[in-house]
Ligand binder design. Structure first.
Ligand code: ADP
Ligand code: MG
Ligand code: MG
Ligand code: MG
Ligand code: MG
Ligand code: MG
Length: 694
């Protein structure tokens, strides 16, 4: 999250009065950028990833693992490290043997996040188009982790789990300890000090709660194990609290049976994800990428599933998405449809954090039937955009985002409209957390139109994070090169997003997916997609007048989507990527390294390897102190985090995880290669015995 300028943040009733002004100025700023940048051409094909970390305090002999709340101090230490700045990261880079770079690369950038126990890191500059550069991603991610660790206490570690298993559990889970129930969050379970103290963040949480008229309600179905009572009542909920008016929420039914009940923004925005931003060569290409990547959002969410535990209990879902959605759901009872519309303008079917609701490309293959017939837009805003010269589809997109109120407004920003800034536009844009984000150039126009892919869950190792990032880059290149068509009705993408939540959805669910991704219009690709002997070469376009939309898609497993259908009808994303790699010049070593990434993804999709969530579930189930009652206690949490730290430390020395003796690790990470040519057998039995170089 980018930080807005400091100032006087308005509390909700006052902010609400100024919402219209922010929207009006935001639209003026948007039109300014649009007019300035709509003709921008030939921007480079750049991209960048974002890695989010939890910072934990861990010591082998300390029974409790805690969340460290020293985000600000760690960021200060990073910012004031002159050696780091002076050397442009070079010192650290040279120490890192895997960072095969000839020129100094700018040091990674570290960002604050909502949780005061979180950290975000991006590369020092975006990645370029070269294939070789794809191999710099993993070493750079490792470098980021290393630099982060070097600016922490010896007992602090940056780890990449999506959520802290015992966030919000009774007793101490933060370092230092604060008792729950502060004036901003009014949570039963977490203290206000859990949030980044920068005024933007507590105001965001408090104003979402005020706008809603009650606390957020983040309920996740509990996983019913052998000894889990039925019905299950969340034992941590206190129905007798009387600190705040919001304590009535639980008495009014906010905490139903069989759900893990959470009540604050931190339970959602305190989770870590993996995001990728692509720069397109111009706005047309950006709009195309936005649409084509959109149906992949739920697929990649299910494939990266990593979130099986909340508040000390096993959940019956595998991913973080809906919990974040609910944690920032600012809709009023009228907007939710619980009361007749009186003060609010419309009913709104989704939270401001949700799967996207629009397609925006000028692609003639975008059929009207794919669009959401129930899309809520602000017609006046749409008209202003149309009057400003914007076309219908894009005006509709922004008129949809602008149905939302701005949540955090600084008094000082409302004095004068500055058309050389984008702050009011960004205020609305950056609090519409959809699974894709269409990012216009900043006011100074020095970079291009960008598209962000936001659904993936963070993985434990940088090997995995690099694999998923690089995979998405290759898919994106294949989309552009082969002019692929993944359109399905946007409502089906919504449905897929729900399905992606299911336990082991990667293996058990089917997802609506387009049967034939190959273009009907003439391809822009300068290569054809292979001869008949290639895998998945049922790829030739079948030009025809469009039939019923329902005939264009079918339900497929993730394995079919990623690896291809057994009958060869659907080619599979990996065979498509392979065809793309065949069509361009990639040297043998690079191709071999990329194959390692593709292999991980292929095996995760087929079930040969486990998702992170499945690995964690198995880890918990096999732990001696687990009682088959869905409870993830402090001992299990300690040992899980200990394992994650051990994996991280081992990874910093290379890609050999053998001998760690961590249960289930070989089935999570597979047989890695230490580098192309030298294959390393991962600790297959988890017994520390195997793992010799072959
Ligand atoms: P946000 O949190 O708003 O998504 P960040 O600055 O945290 O933004 O991350 C943006 C990502 O986009 C980073 O990985 C960065 O390297 C990358 N990036 C920056 N500039 C460009 C660009 N011109 N094209 C593509 N990616 C870019
Ligand atoms: Mg972030
Ligand atoms: Mg960011
Ligand atoms: Mg951000
Ligand atoms: Mg981002
Ligand atoms: Mg087919």
């Amino acid at each position: 999250m980018g930080l807005l300028a400091l100032g006087t943040a308005l509390e909700w009733p006052d902010a609400k009065k100024r919402a219209g002004q922010v929207r009006e100025w935001g639209i003026k700023q948007l039109l300014q950028i649009w007019n300035k940048a709509k003709g921008k051409e030939r921007d480079a094909m750049l991209w960048g990833d974002e890695i989010e970390y939890l910072v934990v305090t861990y010591a082998k002999d300390e029974p409790k693992v805690l969340l460290s709340l020293r985000q600000a101090e760690i960021l200060d230490a990073l910012a004031s490290d002159h050696e780091l700045a002076k050397n442009g990261g070079c010192t650290a880079a040279q120490q890192n043997h895997e960072l095969k770079q000839t020129q100094a690369k700018p040091i990674p950038v570290f960002h604050p996040e909502f949780g005061r126990f979180m950290l975000e890191a991006t590369p020092g500059r975006p990645w370029g188009i070269g294939f070789k550069e794809l191999l710099d991603v993993e070493p750079d991610m490792k470098l980021r982790r290393k630099i982060a660790k070097e600016h922490m206490l010896s007992t602090e570690y940056p780890i990449t789990l999506t959520t802290f298993p015992r966030l919000g559990s009774p007793g101490q889970f933060t370092d230092p300890y604060y008792p729950p129930s502060g004036p901003r969050l009014r949570s039963q379970f977490v203290p206000d000090e859990i949030a980044n103290p920068h005024i933007r963040f507590p105001t965001l949480a408090a104003n979402i709660r005020s706008r809603r008229g009650r606390k957020v309600q983040v309920n996740v179905p509990v996983f019913h194990d052998k000894n889990t009572p039925r019905p299950w009542k969340d034992p941590t909920v206190n129905f007798d609290l009387h600190n705040w008016p919001e304590d009535d929420d639980e008495r009014n039914g906010a905490a139903p049976d069989d759900f893990i009940h959470m009540d604050a923004m931190a339970f959602g925005m305190g989770s870590c994800c993996l995001q990728i931003t692509f720069q397109a060569k111009n706005i047309t290409e950006g709009r195309e990428l936005y649409d084509q990547l959109s149906p992949l959002g739920p697929i990649m969410l299910a494939l990266t599933a990593a979130t099986p535990i909340y508040k000390g209990f096993l959940a019956n879902t595998d991913v973080r998405w809906n919990q974040i959605s609910r944690a920032v759901d600012c809709r009023t009872p009228e907007e939710l449809g619980e009361k007749p519309l009186k003060d609010d303008r419309w009913r709104i079917p989704k939270s401001r954090y949700a799967s996207n609701s629009t397609y925006i490309s000028n692609d003639p293959r975008l059929r009207r039937e794919y669009l959401d017939p129930d899309l809520v837009i602000d017609p006046e805003i749409k008209q202003q955009l149309l009057d400003g010269g914007m076309d219908d589809l894009l005006a509709t997109h922004f008129a949809h985002l602008f149905i939302r109120d701005p949540i955090v407004i600084f008094e000082e920003d409302l004095q004068e409209l500055d058309l050389n800034k984008t702050d009011h536009f960004e205020n609305i844009q950056s609090t519409n957390w959809q699974h894709m984000r269409f990012k216009p150039p900043p006011a100074d126009n020095n970079i291009g139109w960008r598209v962000e892919f936001r659904s993936m869950e963070i993985q434990v190792t940088d090997f995995e994070n690099a694999a998923f990032s690089v995979f998405m880059v290759l898919v994106t290149r294949a989309i552009l090169s082969f002019d692929l068509n993944f359109y399905v009705p946007i409502k089906k993408v919504d449905e897929n997003m729900e399905r992606a939540h299911g336990l082991d959805a990667v293996l058990k669910e089917k997802f609506y997916f387009r049967k034939n991704p190959f273009p009907i219009r003439p391809s822009r690709a300068n290569t054809t997609l292979g001869d008949e002997s290639r895998p998945g070469s049922a790829m030739h376009s079948r030009a025809a007048s469009p039939g019923p939309v329902e005939d264009e898609y079918e339900e497929m497993s993730i394995n079919e989507i990623i690896n291809g259908s057994p009958d060869g009808e659907f080619p599979g994303l990996i065979p498509i990527v392979e065809s793309y790699l065949d069509s361009v010049n990639v040297d043998v070593e690079t191709r071999c390294e990329l194959a390692t990434y593709l292999e991980l993804i292929s095996k995760r999709a087929s079930g040969e390897l486990d998702t992170t969530s499945r690995w964690i579930r198995n880890f918990v189930a096999a732990h001696p102190s687990y009682k088959q009652d869905s409870v993830v206690d402090e001992k299990v949490t300690h040992d899980l985090i200990e394992a994650v730290i051990a994996i991280g430390e081992r990874e910093s020395a290379g890609r050999n995880f053998a001998g760690l003796g961590i249960p289930g690790l070989p089935k999570l990470l597979g047989k890695f290669r230490g580098g192309c040519g030298e294959e390393v057998e991962r600790d297959v039995n988890g017994d520390g015995q195997s793992g010799n170089r072959k």
